[in-house]
Ligand binder design. Structure first.
Ligand code: SAH
Length: 214
């Protein structure tokens, strides 16, 4: 099957059928070619209903997870968003399709370099990249309308919460290193208001306000 067909099939069966309604998210997922974010040998599986390895023990998230996390941030054309865990850059591209500006931090330099090259070649001009510990946030660019954390954390990193705008939203998998709960954290009058959704499994968030490296 050609990639276009696989992409439509993915959006129809994995995204829309499971309840995603945000037009911006659906359009972005019909635009960004996911097979360009994995190694060529895995391109055929890129539209499958699962995460895939991207090197260094990391993964590109399952398409549905990307869609849910993005939808829950309620972003629009004027939003400025911070992403922790660039990984392959696929989620970054989805955010860049929807938002005014995306700031993305990755701790593994090799992954960051590959993702940056890929996204620059695709023509995105509204993404800023940084290599480092994302749990410290990006103070020069704060505050953000949304913060998306694509790795599992033991708690809400305080510094990241402080870089969220009033009424802003953070989406973060919270739990232990094997399983987490997808959680939305809103800032209401400066305080955290948390809402938990379903169980999920992400690679660990490693950093000062996450897990220690082994
Ligand atoms: N959104 C990515 C997901 C990659 S997996 C994609 O779909 O391709 C999670 C990523 O978070 C990994 O690349 C991992 O290296 C990165 N990561 C883990 N802890 C981090 C931290 N403290 N700061 C920045 N990146 C981190």
């Amino acid at each position: 099957m050609e990639f276009e067909k696989k992409m439509c099939f993915m959006v129809e069966n994995q995204i829309v059928r499971r309840g995603i309604v945000d037009e911006g998210v659906i359009q972005a997922m019909l635009t960004v070619k996911r097979h360009l974010f994995v190694e060529e040998a895995m391109a055929e599986s890129a539209y499958g209903d699962f995460p895939l390895p991207i090197g260094d023990g990391q993964t590109i998230s399952q398409p549905y997870m990307v869609a849910v996390m993005t939808e829950k941030l309620k972003l629009g054309k004027e939003s400025r968003v911070l992403e922790i865990g660039t990984g392959s850059g696929y989620q970054t591209a989805i955010l860049a399709e929807i938002c005014e500006r995306v700031y993305s931090i990755e701790r593994i330099a090799m992954l960051e370099r590959k993702a940056r090259k890929r996204l620059e070649e695709m023509g995105y001009t509204n993404i800023a990249f940084k290599i480092g510990d994302g749990t410290l946030g990006w103070s020069e660019a704060a505050p953000f309308d949304g913060i998306l954390i694509t790795a599992g954390s033991p708690k809400v990193p305080d510094l990241l919460f402080s870089q969220l705008k009033e009424e802003g939203r953070m989406i973060i998998p919270i739990g232990n290193s094997f399983s987490q709960t997808l959680t939305v954290v809103r800032k209401v009058k400066g305080k955290k208001v948390e809402e938990s959704f379903f169980g999920c499994t992400f690679v660990p968030l490693i950093g000062r306000e996450g897990w220690e490296e082994d």
